[in-house]
Design a protein around this ligand. Structure first.
Ligand code: M6R
Length: 613
């Protein structure tokens, strides 16, 4: 989704803004723009496509090149189109009629048509965007104080915004406001940053202030002052975050996605560290914020998420039901928020999200909270909105995930869900010996993940062999059904190849009609309680001459009778299998996408952090 960067300080703003935009590229965008205040005038460049196009355009126009920009205050933006096509006119920053006001905006102004009508013919609109309407609205309310004009404008707005504005008459001030779209202010030494997340500022400062909904920051040489929409001054000190720039680097790998896949054995340890108690066969996640008495009262669990996080939640469902005997449902956030869920104060709701900013998940959690559930977050990004709005929860400690396709966050979400299920299990009914077995297996999982990653070369050869196919099925049963869903999503989003996932037993109820020698199937057939059932499904596929790639457990020689393409993975306890079996599927999607020349880290049309509905 759109990315925002702003800077005010002593240094040249332009390089900071452009580097900041680069850091936000992972979010997904289709155009970009920048405006710097230079001797009382804004110099603006906007362009369609990548940031490199923007830089090339500046060089053509001699902006930041031979003529140079000496401004120390500016804003920049990457746009992911919502209102209006992907054109230069629709790219941000947008200005008012006078050209003295510049804004960048992330979110959706729902009543922009009414506002535009109210503004009337006095204003000339150059784009189709809701953002430009906001610029003119602020212009109409400006009486010499930008913050007050922004506040007055926002009082008329319905919708969501992360907004940053500058006015040429106030050359040492930036105003930022947030409702529904994240904004963070970075506090340096007499210099300040504002951005959609912390990544553009990590090279400069780790002191940050996370704006909450309904807050406006006035950033100037006097520091950062935060107000609410009623214009009351708030006391909000900065805090230190522990991510630094090097954790957000590619570190020699061709793509972030590959780096993040290879990071998995390390980051899973970060998720488990200090949270498993071997002697008691349990886990202790302090963030749960519940007494044992409260835990006993929980009668059901709802896991709310979108996309990959929802597949991690499906694994969590098996774990909660098997270990803790708690009825558990997985709800897709965008559906849940508009449904009539039956929730009471015996319901525990977990919102699961890498970014912690997904608009649908956030709205669904607010709904659950309103209805009286215990609401907890399982989140990666520290200080993100879901992390702050839930009444507790756990960071998954996957570190910055910059490839749009989620990989390591999926694994760590599963790790944390397993620990929660274990903790509830041991409070409810699970025998210590069973808990201890699981803890032991979890402590060994990092080594097995590492071993599985060694299959990368074999999988690359398979990806080459199969890269000409246009359709795929991914099949799994039990805990491996979510793995199939995740493998299919990864292939789809990274390589643009059509693929669908089904539970193995569901094939014969319809999808089998599609099978032919042109329709390969990736079947997860590891040794667990459903092995024989899955094997029968695979036999049915073989009988239809569909090419088969089988994920099998090391030592299962019989798998070779079904296909010449078998990927052998190490054995582990059934509930932990997703942590192993997903790896070959991630690598298959990655190598296929690279082979097809796709933009692996930034697949078309996708955004990393989906902050609009
Ligand atoms: O940040 P979140 O985990 O809430 O994001 C949820 C989905 O948007 C995300 O998992 C999406 O499906 C990714 N493209 C998966 O690779």
């Amino acid at each position: 989704m759109c990315g925002i960067v702003g800077y005010i300080g002593k240094k040249q703003a332009l390089p900071i803004l452009l580097n900041g935009l680069k850091r936000l590229e992972y979010r997904g965008y289709d155009s970009a723009g920048v405006a710097v205040l230079n001797e009382g005038l804004f110099q603006t460049t906007r362009s369609v496509g990548k940031i490199d196009n923007l830089v090339a355009k500046m060089q053509d126009e001699k902006i930041g090149g031979a003529s140079g920009i000496n401004g120390t205050m500016g804003i920049a933006h990457t746009r992911w189109a919502t209102h209006g096509g992907v054109t230069e006119e629709n790219a941000h920053p947008h200005k008012d009629c006078t050209g003295n006001l510049m804004i960048v905006h992330n979110g959706i102004i729902e009543n922009y048509r009414e506002l535009k009508e109210d503004l009337g013919k006095k204003h000339e609109f150059k784009s189709q965007t809701d953002t430009e309407v906001l610029a003119h609205l602020i212009e109409s309310l400006y009486k010499g104080d930008l913050r007050l004009a922004v506040e007055a404008a926002l009082a008329k707005v319905r919708g969501t915004y992360g907004l940053v504005a500058m006015h040429a008459s106030e050359p040492t001030k930036i105003v930022a406001a947030r409702l529904g779209s994240p904004l963070v202010v970075g506090v340096g030494d007499k210099e300040y940053y504002v951005a959609s997340d912390t990544s553009p500022m990590l090279a400069h400062t780790q002191q940050v202030i996370f704006l909450d909904d309904g807050e406006i920051a006035e950033i100037s040489e006097h520091g950062v002052q935060i107000y609410n929409l009623a214009d009351e001054r708030l006391n909000k000190p900065s805090e230190k975050i522990d991510w630094d720039e090097t954790t957000a680097e590619r570190q020699g790998h061709d793509h972030f996605m590959l780096k993040e896949i290879l990071d998995q054995p390390t980051v899973i340890k970060d998720a488990l560290r200090g949270r498993l108690v071997e002697s008691d066969g349990t886990a202790r996640l302090g963030g749960l914020n519940m007494t044992e008495e409260e835990m006993h009262k929980i009668k059901r669990v709802i896991l709310i998420a979108c996309g990959t996080a929802s597949y991690a939640a499906l694994v969590g469902k098996y774990a909660f039901e098997r270990l803790a005997g708690l009825p558990t449902t997985v709800e897709i956030a965008s559906e849940f928020r508009y449904s009539d869920p039956v929730i009471d104060n015996h319901t525990l709701v977990f919102g699961i999200s890498q970014s912690g900013e997904t608009a649908d998940t956030l709205a669904a959690l607010r709904e659950a909270k309103r209805k009286g559930a215990f609401v907890r977050g399982i989140v990666n990004v520290v200080g993100s909105t879901i992390a702050r709005e839930t009444d507790g929860g756990t960071y998954i400690h996957a570190g910055p995930e910059l490839a749009v396709a989620s990989t390591k966050a999926f694994m760590n979400m599963i790790g944390v869900l397993l620990m929660y299920a274990l903790q509830f299990g041991r409070v409810n009914r699970l025998a210590v010996a069973t808990g201890q077995r699981l803890v032991k297996a979890m402590l060994q999982i990092s080594g097995k993940m590492k071993q599985t990653l060694e299959l990368s070369d074999q999988i690359k050869i398979l990806a080459k062999k199969y890269s000409g196919y246009k359709n795929y099925f991914f099949l799994g049963r039990g805990v491996n059904y979510p793995v199939a869903l995740e493998g299919s999503l990864k292939l789809k989003e990274c390589s643009y190849i059509h693929s669908e996932a089904y539970p193995g037993g569901e094939m014969k109820h319809g999808p089998i009609a599609l099978l032919s020698p042109d329709f390969p199937v990736m079947a997860i057939m590891t040794k667990n309680q459903l092995y024989d059932k899955m094997r029968s499904n695979v036999e049915e596929i073989k009988a239809r001459q569909a090419p088969l790639i089988i994920i099998a457990t090391e030592g299962d020689d019989k798998a070779k009778e079904l296909s010449e393409d078998v990927i052998y993975v190490p054995a582990t306890m059934e509930l932990l299998e997703p942590l192993i079996n997903t790896i070959p599927l991630q690598l298959f999607a990655y190598h296929t996408a690279v082979m097809l020349g796709r933009d692996v880290d930034r697949p078309r049309n996708l955004a990393k952090s989906v902050t609009v509905e």
